[in-house]
Structure formats: C-alpha cells, structure tokens
Design a protein around this ligand. Structure first.
Ligand SMILES: Cc1cc2nc3c(=O)[nH]c(=O)nc-3n(C[C@H](O)[C@H](O)[C@H](O)COP(=O)(O)OP(=O)(O)OC[C@H]3O[C@@H](n4cnc5c(N)ncnc54)[C@H](O)[C@@H]3O)c2cc1C
Length: 389
C-alpha cells in the first residue's frame, strides 16, 4: 500500500470527549430558539456576533489556545467535537470561525509574545474577528504569484510598511476587525514563494476599502478588499519577513481537514430524513440514506485520523487535501440527490422548509469545492503525495 493511504491510521476520539459533547449539546439546546432548516443550513455563513460572544463567554472560542491567553487549552479532538455539534445544530458560526480555526493558532505559533498577548485574548472573547487575505484576482489558486505588495517605509520616524494591492473573495471582510494578508514583501511575482510575508491588517486603517460581492443565493458574505497606501507598523508582520509561504501552508492544514469540510449540507440531509419519516416514501429511499450514512462515517473517521496528527504536532497537508476533496464531493452530492428524489414524485406535497433548504444548499454547493482550495489543486497535491507527479 502506498504511503498516503497507510498514513490514515485509525484514530478514535478520546473517551473524555463524550462528556464534553454532552456539555456542548446542552449549551446549544439552551442557547437558541428553534430555527427553520433553511436558516440552520446557513450555519457556515451565519454571521451572528451575539451568538459568538455567548459561545466565548462559555469558553468555547479559541478552544485550542492556552489558558494564559484566554483560551480553553483543549486539544484538537475537543475542537472537532465542538465544531461537529455546532454544524449539526446549524449554529451561526462564521463570525468567530476563522479566528478560532486559523488566525489564533497561527499567531500562537508564529507571532511575537506581544502579538499573542494583544490578539489572542480578544479572539477568545469574540471581540476580534479575522478574515483570510490569500486570493487575488490575478493569482487565485497560484498563491505564489500574489501581487499585493508591502514596501518598507518610515512612519513617524519608525520603520514600517506601506501596503498596496487588492484581495478578493475575502469571507466576511466587511464584518471583520483584522485580515491576515499574504503579500509580497520583496522581489517580483516571478520569484514565486520567495519574498512572501504575512501581515495582520487592521481593517479600520485609512486606505482600506471594501466592495461586498453578492453570491448566487443573494447574500453578500464575501468582499473585494482594496489597499491604497495603507501604513502598517512593524508589529503587523507575523513571523519572519519572507517566510509567508511556509506559514500559509501550515495554516492550510488547519483549514482543510475538519468537520467543516464534511458537514456543510448536514442540516439539509437531516431535515430530509425527518420529512421522509412522516411518509411511506421512506423505504424507497432507504438505500440512499444508508449510502450517505456510510460515506459520512468513513469521512468522519478519516477526518479524526487527520485531527490525531494535528494533536501530535504533525502538519498532514496531503491527508487534509484528500479529506477535503472527498468531503466536498459528499457535501455536494446531498442537495443533488435530494432534488432528484423530490423530482421523482412531482405530485407529492413538499415541506416548505425542506424546499427552501434544498434551494439554498443547491445554490451554495458549487462553492464547497472552491473555497479553501479548488478540487484540481487538491488533486495535484494528492497526486504528488502518491508519488505520481
Ligand atoms: C465561498 C467562498 C469563500 C472564499 N473565501 C475566501 C477567503 O476568505 N479568503 C481567500 O483568500 N479566498 C477565499 N476564497 C477564494 C478561493 O480560495 C479561490 O476561489 C480559489 O482559491 C480559486 O481561485 P480563483 O477563484 O482565482 O480561481 P483560479 O485559480 O483562476 O482557477 C480557475 C480554475 O482553474 C483551475 N486551476 C487553476 N490552477 C490550476 C492548476 N495549476 N492545475 C489545474 N487546474 C488549475 C482551478 O482549479 C479552477 O477550477 C473563497 C471562495 C469561495 C467560493
């Protein structure tokens, strides 16, 4: 067997996570009023700062960050359980999501002590929301060719940086306080990975403007962000100048492997099964439901295996790419299979909530295999992991 597949050693969630799961379920049941399935289906995109603050007050934002910075000091297995329960309940998670998953751990790993002390407690209190500034109109998947540029300058007699350029498809930029931007700090786009750095950009600074972009479903959840001579002090740089490429790759392992790459359509699937239970048609679809359950169980196990590697301090980039590729295929298949099932019986009365939920998820599903890295890019990485390229 090749190395990539043998890398997926079976891993189980530790027994201690069972009581944590029960706590999370109880919190979620008491934290929000029952919402219709089409609203719960927006979980990933649901921006609700008040909910994030409530979760933070319970200690569950920045769960993997150390207690000394306001975090819960829990491991990635507990985060897995928390995220699984939040998505299954359809909780609106997107306000604190990126800071909890990526920006906080990135600042902890590569930031200075002053950056940790400034940003991490704000993240854990859900007072600082972050967005990811990687994509650019002329770079996209080819991150190494980013053109947004930081050049050295003097600010009030001290050294700093002047930022110019543009980012696109930045989820929630218009609602966030900070962006972690991957920019060119030396050399030319032809220099590729060399000369890239990550900066924390305060989005309230002069020279930052946003243009929200509407998606297929009519929501404006992402933005184009323009930097016009934005002045950054030296402490905006994360890690070393020129080490942005390695840092971004470490960050992508956090981004690609979790339950969020498997559960995007789960509220729809669960609501379909709830509706079917009330009709004789349930037996007609038993095999389809069984297939979904089998795929979900397998993907969940693979995702837990990747989580186990993160817990061990490894950076399982290729395994995470495999989970994301298969996971998004699973998520995308759910609305199309349910639409086909509904079309099989055009005279049947369709539950209005189910109808709205399937319409919303169908409109969003094409994005699942784009956000966080496109299918073709991931398959290129997997091919390399298998020794085929
Ligand atoms: C819902 C959503 C949220 C997003 N949020 C963010 C965010 O918060 N921050 C952020 O930075 N970005 C975000 N993105 C952007 C996303 O990561 C990019 O769309 C993605 O990386 C692809 O870039 P692109 O759209 O410019 O397409 P391109 O890179 O131009 O690709 C176009 C097509 O060509 C294929 N392709 C490109 N290069 C190759 C290659 N070498 N080999 C084979 N095929 C190739 C791609 O797979 C794709 O099918 C988001 C996107 C979506 C849909």
């Amino acid at each position: 067997m090749n190395n990539l597949l043998s890398a997926f050693r079976f891993a189980a969630l530790p027994a201690g996570t069972n009581s944590f799961r029960a706590e999370v379920k109880a919190f979620l049941q008491s934290s929000f009023e029952p919402m219709p399935a089409d609203i719960r289906a927006r979980s990933w995109m649901g921006f609700n700062a008040a909910f994030s603050k409530k979760l933070a007050a319970r200690g569950w934002v920045g769960v993997t960050l150390p207690a000394q910075y306001g975090g819960a000091s829990l491991d990635a297995f507990s985060r897995f359980v928390l995220v699984e329960e939040l998505l299954a309940a359809g909780a609106p998670v997107s306000a604190h999501w990126i800071a909890d998953r990526q920006s906080g751990p990135l600042i902890l790993k590569f930031g200075t002590e002053a950056q940790r002390q400034f940003y991490l407690p704000k993240i854990c209190a859900a007072e600082a929301f972050f967005c990811i500034g990687m994509s650019e109109p002329n770079a996209g998947s080819d991150l190494a060719s980013v053109g947004t540029r930081a050049t050295r300058c003097q600010i009030d007699g001290s050294s700093g940086w002047r930022l110019n350029g543009r980012k696109i498809w930045t989820t929630n930029a218009q609602h966030c306080h900070y962006m972690i931007a991957l920019v060119r700090s030396s050399g030319e786009p032809q220099d590729r990975q060399k000369g890239l750095s990550q900066f924390i950009v305060d989005l309230a600074l002069p020279g930052v403007t946003m243009r929200p972009i509407r998606d297929l479903a009519g929501d404006a959840h992402f933005s184009e962000v323009f930097f016009d001579n934005v002045l950054l002090t030296d402490d905006a740089l994360i890690g070393h100048e020129g080490s942005g490429w390695a840092q971004v790759n470490a960050e992508l392992a956090f981004e690609r492997s979790g339950p969020e790459r498997v559960y995007s359509s789960i509220v729809l699937l669960e609501h379909w099964i709830t509706c079917l239970r009330k009709t004789p048609a349930v037996s007609v679809h038993a095999a389809t439901i069984g297939r979904f359950a089998t795929h979900l169980a397998t993907l969940r196990n693979m995702s837990i295996a990747v989580t186990a590697k993160l817990v061990n301090g490894e950076s399982p980039l290729v395994e995470a790419a495999l989970v994301k590729d298969i996971g998004t295929e699973f998520e995308q298949s759910i609305p199309s299979v349910i639409e086909a099932a509904l079309a099989m019986d055009p005279d049947a009365l369709v539950d209005a909530e189910l109808y709205r939920a399937v319409a919303y998820v169908s409109q969003m599903a094409p994005t699942y295999s784009l956000r966080g890295g496109t299918r073709e890019i991931l398959r290129g990485m997997i091919a390399r992991g298998l020794g085929l390229r």
